[in-house]
Every structure is written in C-alpha cells, then in structure tokens.
Ligand binder design. Structure first.
Ligand code: NAP
Length: 500
C-alpha cells in the first residue's frame, strides 16, 4: 500500500519505548530538548516487560537497583519485583514525566538512512516516514526471540510458544508440557508451571549456575520504613548496588584481581547438593564451565523442582520435533501437548543490533560494518562513521550491573553531546576515530582480566560471546563507567554545520 502519510520532522527520534527510551527521553527533556518522538512496535511502554508475561516473570536484579535513581519506589511488593510491577512502573514513569505526547506505539522501524547534505536521518516506519536531526537507538538486546533451528519445529500439532510471546489462552493444567532451554527465563518458568501440569519435561543442553535469591516480601512495615525512616532507602540502595556490583562486574571483569569464582562455585555446588535429591540429576544440573562465563541465575525453587515426581530433566540432545512431541538422540519419543521455547534471544546477531538496516551517508550498513570490522564503539554510545546517531545499549557499553545505571550513563553521555551541539549551533556531531580507537584499546586491554578468558567458557554456549569470540561488555566498574560517561573530553566529538 503506498505511504500517504505526511512526512514529519523531529529534532530527535528515539527507537524503543522501553526503559532505555524512556530514561533517555527524560534526560533530554530535563536538558531542554522537547521536540522528540519515541517509536515502539509494542502496545505500551516498558519494552521487555511488555513482551515477557510468562508465569514467574520477575526481575533478577534487586528492585532497589532495578529502577531509575531519580524515580525510586518503596512500593515494590518484594525485594525482586514481579514483571507486572515493572510494567506498571513504566506506565507511571510515562505519566510522571509527561512522555505520553512523545510516544507512538504500534510503529515498527523498517530502516534509517543518513543524508549528509541536510545532516538528517530519514527513518522509514510502518506509520510512514519521519526525519530527525539526531537518531537514538534504544532497542534492548533481548527483544528478538530466537527460535531453535530444530528439524520439524513447524510440524508439532500441539500449542507452541516462545516465552516472550506467552499464549495466556493456552491452559497448561493437566497437560504434558516440554520446555526447551535452561537459561534465566526457564529458571523462572519451570518452578511456576510444574505444580499445574500433568508432566513437565525440561530439555537441557547446557546447565546454568543457579544461586539462591535473597527474595523476600517487603510488607507494609518494610515499605513504610523505606518511606519514613531517614537513611533506610539510601542504605537499601547502597547495599543492593554493592551486591549487584560484586555478583557481576567485579566477578566477571576483575576476575584476575578478585578470583572469587572458585569459592562461589564451591558454594553453588553445595547449594545444588542441598536442593536436588537424585545424584544423577544433581550431576546433570551442575555446570562444568566457570561461573560467570554466562549469566548465572538466582532462584530459590528452580533446582528443587527437579525433585517432583511430575518433572523430568532430559539431557539427551533433541533430534527432531515431531507432530506428537520431541524425539531425543537416545531414541525416546516424548509425547507432549504444549511446547515452551525458552530458547532466548538474538543478541549480537546481524539482524538484532539494530533490528533494521541503518545506513550512513556513504552507504555503509551498521550491522555489516560491525560484522566485518567486529564490534567497536565509543562507550557503547557512538560509532565513528555514523554521525548524529547514538545507541543506549551499544556494544562495549554495558558492564553487566543494573540496566538502569547503563541507561542513565548513556543518556548523560548523549545529553552532553547534544547540549554542546546546541551551544555551537552545530547540525552534525560524530565521534572521532581516534577517540573510539583509544576507548576500544583501553577496554580490550582489560580482556585478560576477565573470567571470559577461562578455557571452560568454551563449553558454556554463552550468548555473551559473538561468533568471533568477542565479549562486547564494558570491562569497568559502575562508578568508573558513570564518571567517564559524564566527563569524557568534548573534543572526542567533531561538531559541524550551522543551524539556521
Ligand atoms: P538464554 O539465556 O539465551 O537461554 C536459552 C536456553 O535455550 C539455553 O539453555 C540454550 O541452551 C537453550 N537453547 C537454545 N536453542 C536451543 C536448541 N536449538 N536446542 C536446545 N536448547 C536450546 O535465554 P533466556 O533464558 O531467555 O535468558 C536471556 C537473558 O534474559 C538472561 O541472560 C537475562 O539477562 C535475561 N533475563 C532476565 C530476567 C529477569 O531479569 N527477570 C529473566 C529472564 C531472562 P544453550 O545454553 O546450550 O545454548
């Protein structure tokens, strides 16, 4: 159908209405940038929290950290809030910060092209074309479901659903259910649905390190304390940030200096032993790769769910999906009524980052550029050769701590560049190749410190690794990342053009 909608222009277009897009928009509006449009292909704000509604969905970073520093809540029902509270939080944020007029849902971006003569991005969307001086990609890394390329997947005659597209009209009560995958999502789904189904077969390819989760109800008294007792909220936040910092950035990126992995693995093995009765199942659930090679999970009843009579752990590889269920390499046909694909997301795949072709003025496609030259950015926010374009969650920007800290850091970085461009009346800003190279060499120089160099990571099947073997994390503590996002030299950018 021909596009008959009027062409529109906004100073800033943000792709993605999840917490990345919302947080960046708030920072921009605080700095006086009001002409901005946020497009999102979902039905409402919250991104991943709109899409993921599977049973048991909850945060796996404490809620004291998994929120904006400037919009902290004492209303979370638990120390790890359930998904529906995050959806509600996104809606409250939209209302409190007056973002509704800027949001356009149900709009998918098909492509973006930079025009050097006008120094504008032309963004084609399912709702027509829009131009922008500045384009910000705020898509999350866990938005494109990855379906397994297993023979016969389309032939299954029961109901099939990916966890991020849960079909709530499919009842699991009394059914024979198969779950493929044992990542962080399966860890939450499996214990939740096990009591309801007739039989649950969990198909595991690689076990996950599962640690106990300090998850407790906050209760009325706890919430009142956070609100009224001086210092309690700050202490809770500080303790939570320290816990998050210790359980990922320090453990993973400073592995050489803080070799805590081995001790944690001993504790994790003891936990498995205490939780799982059958020795063979216990062994099968114990990873053989170093803790940290892939994201560890936190859950208090995932492991013990395998003690149930109606739950079985299947470790023989999947040979094919058949009309009646799953056939494994040991020759067993597992009859199923429902198939749950907890198979994760396309994270660093070419069609995932970004999810649309993004082309610079000389015709270079960003995804292809990253594929041939390997991932490289400046602080995960800017890429040389792609002027007037920023990523909130770009390669080598995230250090693995709270996602909200990353959003605030990236937003601060973007605001700093755009404020300088406004001061100079510049229409063009691009990170210099020299600044990018310097950043990348400093980050890559820390590779030898990281747990990812442990040879056992080869057996982890971790989505952290690209097909080149790179792990595009920002090897940094959170305070260092926060400082550098706000204090980088402005000379790291080339500004040009002159607004009329
Ligand atoms: P994931 O960690 O990528 O796990 C996918 C699982 O599916 C893995 O066990 C994988 O096995 C398996 N799998 C994929 N293709 C397969 C195939 N063809 N045959 C057999 N098994 C296959 O995905 P996820 O569990 O959805 O978690 C992704 C990320 O989302 C997490 O790391 C976390 O960052 C985030 N998450 C966060 C929360 C939260 O905060 N509440 C909750 C859930 C998820 P292999 O390991 O062998 O590849």
């Amino acid at each position: 159908m021909p596009d008959t909608s009027p062409r529109r222009h906004h100073e800033i277009v943000i792709v993605g209405g999840g917490f990345s897009g919302l947080g960046t928009a708030i920072a921009l509006r605080k700095a006086g940038f009001d002409d901005l449009l946020i497009v999102d292909d979902g039905d409402g704000p919250g991104g991943t929290w709109q899409w993921n509604t599977y049973p048991g969905v909850a945060v796996d970073i404490p809620s004291f950290s998994y929120q904006f520093s400037f919009a902290q809540r004492s209303t979370w029902s638990r120390s790890y809030a359930p998904g529906r509270e995050l959806r509600a939080y996104a809606e409250q944020i939209v209302e409190e910060y007056g973002l509704a007029p800027h949001l356009q849902f149900g709009t998918r971006v098909h492509g973006a092209l930079f025009d050097a003569s006008s120094a504008r991005w032309s963004v084609s969307t399912s709702a027509g074309e829009v131009t922008a001086r500045w384009l910000i990609h705020a898509g999350g890394p866990l938005s494109q479901p990855k379906l397994p390329d297993i023979e016969g997947i389309d032939t299954f005659e029961g109901a099939t659903m990916h966890t991020s597209r849960w079909k709530h009209d499919v009842s699991l009560a009394g059914k024979r259910v198969g779950v493929i995958g044992t990542g962080a999502t399966a860890v939450q789904v499996v214990p939740e649905i096990a009591p309801e189904v007739d039989h649950l077969a969990v198909f595991q390819r690689t076990p996950i390190w599962c640690l106990p989760k300090p998850d407790f109800p906050l209760g009325r008294v706890g919430r009142a304390c956070l609100d009224t007792v001086p210092g309690v909220r700050q202490i809770a936040r500080l303790a939570s940030q320290a816990f998050v910092e210790a359980t990922f950035p320090v453990l993973a990126h400073f592995h050489k200096w803080v070799p805590a992995t081995a001790a944690l693995q001993v504790a994790a093995r003891r936990y498995i032993a205490a939780q799982v009765r059958d020795p063979a199942t216990r062994d099968a659930l114990t990873p053989t790769y170093a803790l940290g090679c892939k994201r560890p999970s936190f859950h208090n009843s995932y492991l013990s769910t395998f003690n149930r009579d109606n739950v079985s752990l299947q470790t023989a590889s999947i040979e094919a999906i058949t009309p009646g269920g799953i056939r494994t390499s040991d020759g067993v046909q597992h009859e199923l009524d429902v198939l749950v694909l907890a198979t994760g997301f396309k994270v660093t795949d070419r069609d995932a980052l970004p999810t649309y072709p993004l082309t610079s003025a000389d015709g270079t496609d960003l995804a292809e550029h990253w594929e041939t030259e390997r991932f490289h950015t400046y602080q995960g926010v800017a890429t040389a050769g792609f002027p007037n374009f920023f990523t909130v969650f770009g390669p080598y920007g995230y250090n693995g701590a709270s996602f909200f800290t990353l959003v605030e850091n990236s937003a601060a970085h973007i605001v700093r560049v755009l404020t300088e461009a406004r001061r100079r009346r510049a229409t063009f800003a691009e990170v210099t190749s020299a600044a990018q190279e310097q950043y990348m060499s400093a980050i890559l120089a820390r590779r030898s410190w990281q747990v990812f160099t442990d040879p056992t990571c080869a057996g982890a099947n971790s989505y952290y690794f690209t097909r080149n073997g790179d792990v595009p994390f920002r090897a940094s503590t959170t305070p260092e990342a926060a400082w550098r996002s706000r204090r980088f030299p402005l000379a790291d950018y080339a500004f040009g053009g002159r607004a009329g």
